[in-house]
Design a protein around this ligand. Sequence first.
Ligand code: ARG
Length: 459
Amino acid sequence: MSDKKLWAGRFNQPTDAFVEAFTASVEFDQRLAPEDIRGSIAHATMLARQGILTEAERDAIVEGLEAIREEIRAGHFSWSVGLEDVHMNIEAALTERIGEAGKKLHTGRSRNDQVATDVRLWLRGEIAAIRGEIRRLQRNLLELAEREAETILPGFTHLQTAQPVTFGHHMMAWFEMLERDHERLGDCSRRMNRCPLGAAALAGTTFPIDRDFTARELGFDGPCANSLDAVSDRDFAIEFAAAASLLMMHLSRMSEELVIWSSAQFGFVTLSDAFCTGSSIMPQKKNPDVPELVRGKSGRVFGHLFGLLTLMKSQPLAYNKDNQEDKEPLFDAVDQLKGCLKVFAEMVPEITCNRQAMREAALKGFATATDLADYLVRKGVPFRDAHEVVGKAVALCVERGCDLADLSLEELRGFHDAIGADVFQYLTLEGSVAARDHFGGTAPRQVRRAIAAARERLE
Ligand code: ARG
């Protein structure tokens, strides 16, 4: 294939060799080839319908592009840096293959509306795949939540023992975070789903094109309403990176909990060997590398969000070459997201809960102190006073190194005479979680309800 530049008409000197490599994007944007070809086929079909191309020309173009698509898929296509980007590589290959008709494909369009279309098409497909991966992880979380609906562990605030919660409830918290991520990505995809084709370089085209047709052909909800905006803005990519960052932030928090829980000091969960690695020096080590790496990768995705925002912020209308820099961060954000979701979805079913260790931890740290205060309130003591009374009881326990439930009825009554023999049922872990029996609460009954509602949502 000749490397002759498709825009070389007004140039007298060849491009500097380094500049050629510096300005080229084909090394990474060849990833957009399937979408580029899809967009070109829709464009050529529209041109023929409008009488701008003959049917024979259209057929030659479509057949040629389909053959090129196969060649690329099979890995036989030879990409040329001299031809700069995916668009000109494919167009040059088409002309080489079918002759004159190939040179007519670019009628009424520009690489500016072409690339804006390609990226949207590509990202739309990737978002659908990512949303599918989120669903898979959510389903696995539901299984784990169901298995451990009654398992009690200490719930924390400030990473200090707060109140007992059920492990199932905790898993459903993760589920909810992911539910919003799923929704956010759906919103992003919807807003993005407008077709730039027809905007051409920036102002539109002099040919009698049918923008509604190409938009429909490519599964867009309609054409972009303003040609300048259509070719220039990459807000959809930024919005995706923002949604991706939030998702990574959630996965990172989950990872952090798994790292803490799987430590010898906590011992709440055991991760499967398949998701851990050892140490080259310390023979005893089993490190939670997978959650650690997910936590680490969140930083890189946040970086892409900032890279894209900064890339966009000073660009005057309309297209600028800066926008070529949108692809690598976008591609990497998608790759990292898919990788992290996949590894998480596969790790979750392999998590073993050490129920005894969680229970023992929940028994430390006075997790049922609020239950005692609430008990007093039900006996007519104002909450603020109840809080004070229980605080004193806790102080005694700290001094003695025992739990609230270890105090005798006499000792408890010493703090307040409203305390009766029925108090002990409220001081147990089971009593504590079962009592939080309302929508969104941690009671096993509510966890099962939440799981059932979630299953219905996922149908
Ligand atoms: N490779 C370019 C990009 O990714 C394609 C558009 C080039 N347009 C231009 N006028 N130079 O943005």
